[in-house]
Every structure is written in C-alpha cells, then in structure tokens.
Write a protein that binds this ligand. Structure first.
Ligand code: ADP
Length: 597
C-alpha cells in the first residue's frame, strides 16, 4: 500500500520535475539566443557607427606609420581595428603585429565588404584566439585600389553577461523547483492517500464488505468519485442482500419440501438436490453437486424424462422403487429456461438451461386406492352371500316350499337369519364409515374406567353363560384415574372385543377384562383362553373384512368389521389397539385411551 502511494507520488513528482527542467531548458536556450542576437546587433550598430567615423576621417593609406597610429587611435573606442589591402594583406592592426599576420583574403567579412561595400561575421579569430564580432567596410580611395577597414569586438562580454543571466535563471529555478517539490509532495501525498483509500474501499467491496467510505468533504473529482462509489456500494449491498434473502428463502423452501427435488444443468450434471432426494436415491453425506445425473439417478425412465425436459419439453411419468415394500412416485421434469439479455429481441431468447425434476410420493394414494377397490369387492362379496341365500330360500318357498309343512318354517328362519346378518352388516358398515369420515359425533367426557368395564361385562354376561364361559371384570387398582372418552363409543369397543372373545373361546373357557395405568393412558385388556390368533395375522385382523377363518366367522354371524370399528374408535380417541396371542393359548386384546386431565 505504502509502495503504491509513493509510486504515485514519485510519478507525479517526476513528471513535474521533468516539465520544469524542459521549461527551464527552453527558457535557457531561447533567452541565450535572443540575448546573443541582441548583443550582436548592438555590437554591429556600434561597429557600424565606428565605421562611419572612420569613413569620415580616413587615414593616410600610403603611410604605414600613420596608418598604424590611426588604427591605434580608432581602437580607443574599445574595438579592434584592422586595415586590409584589396589583396588581403593586413596593412594595420590595433591588436596584433601585422608582420606575423596571415593574409586575410579568405575572411568572410572581407569578401562581403569587397563585394557589397559592407561585411559582417561572428567567428573565432585565429589571430587572437577568441570569438569576435566583425564589421568591415570597403573604403574606395580616390586613387589606388580600395582597402577594407574592419572593426571587431570580442564576444567574451556577451558570454559573461549570458552566464550571469543563466546563473540567475537557474538559481531562481532551483528555488522554484524546491518549492514545487514541496508543494507537489504535499499535494501528491494527500492525493495518493485519497486514491489509496478508494483502492482499499474497492478491494473491500470486492470481498463483500460494503461498509461505506468516510464521507469526503472535498468537492473535486476524487470527492465525487468517492461519493459515487459509496452510492454504488450501498445499492450493491441492498441488491445482494435482497438476492441472498431470496435465494436463502428458496433454498429453505426446497430443502424443507417433502417432495424429492433436483435441478439438473444442461450438461446433465446435478446442480442442486434436497434431503428428500438424497434419501430417495440413498446418497451418502458427500456433496453430489456437479456429479453426472446418470451416476446418481440410476433409473433409465427418469433419465429419459430429464433429457426430454432438457430439450424443452416438460415430461411426466410414474416410478416404482423397491420390491419388498414398493414406493410409488409421480415424476415431473420441467425445463428451466435461461433468459439472455444479449438476445433481448431475438426469437430464441429463452433456451433450455436445465431441468427441475420433482418426485411426488403417491404410495399412500395407491394404497388407499387399493383399499377402496378391496373394500368394494369385499362389500359386494359379503352382501352377495346373504342375498343369494334369501333369494334362494324365497324361491324355494314360492316353488312349493310354502306347502312343505315340515320345512317352510325352517326356510323362513334361514331367511330371517340372513336378513338380520344383512342388517348387522349394513349397520357396521354405516358405523365404520361414520367414524372414518369423522361424522360420528364424539362426546368426550371424563369416564370412570371401573364403571365402564363392569357395565360391559354385565351386558355380555348372558352370552358368556350360554357358552359356559366364565366372564370376569378384574377390579382395577384403587384410584385409577378417569379417561377422556365418549362413553358410548368406548362401550362399543369393549362390546366388540367381548363378542369376539366369547365367539372364539370354547365352552368352559375364561374371559377377563382389566385396566391399568400406563403413563398418561389407561390400557384396557380383554383376555380369553380361546383358540388364539397366529402371529402373522396380528396386524391384519384389524383390517375390514379380514378374518382368520372366514367360514367360521360367517357361521357365527361375524361381519369381519368388529375389530376395524374398534380400531377406528380407539384411534379417534388418540389411543392404540394391539393383540398378544398365539394359536391355542388364548388372546389378549389391549387398547389405550388417554387420561382425562
Ligand atoms: P368377526 O366379525 O369375524 O369377528 P372381527 O373384525 O371382530 O370380525 O375379527 C376379525 C377376525 O379376528 C375374526 O374373524 C377372527 O378370526 C379373529 N379374532 C378376533 N378376536 C379373536 C379372539 N378373541 N380369538 C381368536 N380370534 C379372534
């Protein structure tokens, strides 16, 4: 972070520095040039006016001595004076001995002066070994060839002046530079710190930390940027939190659904599944997302449904799993469409991106359907037997049986028995369906268990005595609490159990009715010493029309509904009914009823 800030600082500082150096260089260069030109122009003008003086007061060119002293006199102006003959010979020079001087015919100012009357040049003097500004004029003598009078002034002065200007310029620049460095250090440090804060903020936002930036009071672009970023982050945070709320809600709904659900992506890989799905396909606790659907759903029909949904066609089907206890499912595979913004207006805007497959368990529906079918078949069967008998004996009577004095009474008795069996059957069926659909009005009250048992025993006593069976109510423990029940219905349960006990107990047998407390319920028991019930039938005897020995039951006038009615009544009270029995060693029917609180 510190490196990044100083990086920005150095970049900005260096840029300023280079800019300053460039400006200074340019100023130095152009100022030098202008000063030099000005100086040369001034020197030219001075030398020109000297030339005018020289022209107005020419020397005696014929006399070498006079010429030399004229040159010396003219040089008092500060300029070097040289007189050169038309052929380049130096006739006089105020700064050098002419004898050692070379021919000057190749000097540019000499050439110009000879040609146009005036000549000028700025160059290094080999004679004096320094830079000079030369100004030369051609002097046409009245007699004899022309001569060139040349004036020169050294450039050293201008160089000194220039050096002075340059020194001042650089001094001032150095001060400006130091100031600029200081100011730019301050500025860029502040700038870098603010940029650093913005960078830190964007990194925070990238990892999901949407806490806002410190409010910037600055009104510059960086301040605007900070405010805009804050704004964006807070909007982003709101959007993300609403999206994640939405997602959590959907995930919670999908997870908690009883239906097994899985989402399959376009590559036929699992993208999501809920617990019910994992349980249905016996998946272990590892994460199976991104696994091929074919390795998880090992059923070709389901895979076919999924593939058809992946091509955009919703598909439904049914599935049965398991052999011993088959479970049935209705399976729906629906297409998930991806809406792409880029093709907002094109036709294939929605393309299949996956499939949602839902397994809805219908085992219970199938079971109930089966029960209904069995019930209808059983009822018709149960009704047909007495009806056929009634019909048969009625016809026998009509076809002369009435005149048969010996049998007609017996026939009519048979008809009456079957008719009363029909009546019992319809009564029981009616009772059962009333309880089943909840139409049987229940009047739950606190019921005294002892009283209930003794009245049930009393009512059954006659039937028991006829079969020479001893029927006893075992005195319940003192202080047995009351149960909360509909006394009439509970009485019916006891009556059904006692009827059966009497029915399936041979003469000289014994029946006992008892009750005891078990937790928050009273458990009633009707125990007999009868024929007993095989273990495998224990659950089934509570089903409608189920009988261990159908012929015997029918013969005894049983409808096969007694235990089914008892079970329904007990369960409607929130209790349970079960049997302990073995072939040949009697049966104990138990049922529990919750206590009255
Ligand atoms: P049913 O009208 O035939 O008695 P239930 O529903 O009352 O019909 O009983 C169903 C079957 O359970 C009977 O047919 C009988 O086989 C068996 N069962 C019921 N109670 C006893 C018992 N106490 N001893 C032996 N078998 C019994």
């Amino acid at each position: 972070m510190k490196l990044a800030r100083s990086g920005l600082f150095w970049k900005l500082g260096l840029t300023y520095f280079l800019l300053l150096i460039a400006v200074l260089g340019a100023v130095d260069f152009y100022a030098g040039r202008i000063l030099r030109q000005n100086y040369i122009r001034a020197a030219d003008e001075r030398l020109n006016s000297l030339a005018l003086i020289a022209r107005s007061k020419p020397p005696n060119f014929g006399d070498e001595g006079a010429l030399a002293s004229w040159a010396t006199w003219m040089s008092r102006s500060g300029a070097r004076v040289t007189v050169i003959a038309f052929d380049g010979r130096v006739l006089a020079d105020s700064a050098h001995d002419i004898k050692t001087m070379e021919n000057h015919s190749n000097r540019p100012e000499f050439h110009q002066a000879m040609g146009s009357g005036e000549g000028e040049s700025v160059r290094h003097s080999h004679t004096l070994n320094r830079d000079l500004v030369y100004w030369a004029i051609r002097f046409d003598r009245p007699s004899g060839p022309p001569v060139v009078i040349r004036f020169a002034t050294p450039l050293a002065q201008i160089n000194t002046a220039l050096a002075e200007v340059r020194r001042k310029l650089w001094e001032a620049s150095l001060i400006i530079l130091l100031l600029a460095i200081g100011i730019s250090a301050l500025f860029s440090r502040r700038f870098a710190r603010r940029v650093g804060q913005l960078k830190e903020f964007s990194q925070r936002v990238a990892i999901g930390d949407f806490r806002p930036l410190m409010q910037e009071s600055a009104t510059d672009e960086l301040g605007d940027l900070a405010r805009a970023l804050n704004d964006t982050a807070s909007r982003l945070s709101a959007t993300i939190s609403s999206l994640s709320d939405e997602r959590n809600r959907s995930a919670a709904i999908l997870r908690s659904m009883a239906e097994a659900i899985a989402v399959i992506d376009a590559d036929e890989q699992i993208a999501f599944y809920n617990e019910a799905f994992a349980e249905l396909w016996n998946l272990d606790s590892r994460n199976h997302v991104a696994q091929p659907a074919v390795s998880v759903i090992r059923h070709p029909d389901v895979l076919k449904l999924i593939r058809s949904a992946l091509t955009g066609e919703e598909a439904r089907g049914e599935l049965s799993l398991g052999v011993a206890q088959p479970r049935h499912f209705s399976v729906t595979a629906a297409t998930v469409f991806a809406i792409s913004d880029t093709h907002a207006n094109s036709e294939n805007r929605e393309s299949p991106a996956g499939a949602v497959v839902v397994f809805h368990e219908i085992t219970e529906i199938r079971r109930l359907e089966q029960i209904r079918k069995d019930f209808v078949a059983n009822v018709s069967h149960e009704l047909r037997t007495p009806l056929t008998a009634i019909q048969g004996f009625a016809e026998t009577l009509l076809n002369g049986g009435l005149e048969d004095k010996q049998n007609n009474r017996r026939f009519i008795e048979i008809i009456r028995n079957h008719a009363s069996r029909l009546a019992r059957l319809t009564d029981d069926l009616l009772e059962l369906s009333k309880i089943e659909v909840g139409k049987q009005p229940m009047d739950p009250q606190a019921v005294n268990v002892t009283g209930l048992i003794s009245s049930a025993v009393e009512l059954a006593q006659d039937a028991a005595s006829r079969k020479e069976i001893s029927l006893n109510a075992i005195k319940p423990p003192v202080g047995l609490p009351f149960v909360r029940a509909d006394a009439r219905l509970l009485q019916q349960v006891l009556r059904n159990l006692l009827d059966n006990a009497i029915q399936y107990t041979p003469a000289a047998g014994c029946i006992e009715v008892s009750a005891e407390r078990n937790g928050s319920s009273i458990v009633f028991t009707v125990a007999d010493t009868g024929i007993g019930i095989p273990q495998v039938e224990h659950n089934r005897i509570f089903e409608r029309f189920y009988r261990v020995d159908a012929a015997r039951s029918r013969e005894a006038g049983g409808t096969g509904l007694g235990l089914a009615i008892a079970k329904h009544i007990v369960e409607a009270h929130g209790g349970q009914i079960w049997v302990d029995s073995e072939i040949g060693s009697g049966s104990q029917f138990h049922f529990s009823i919750p206590l009255a609180t």
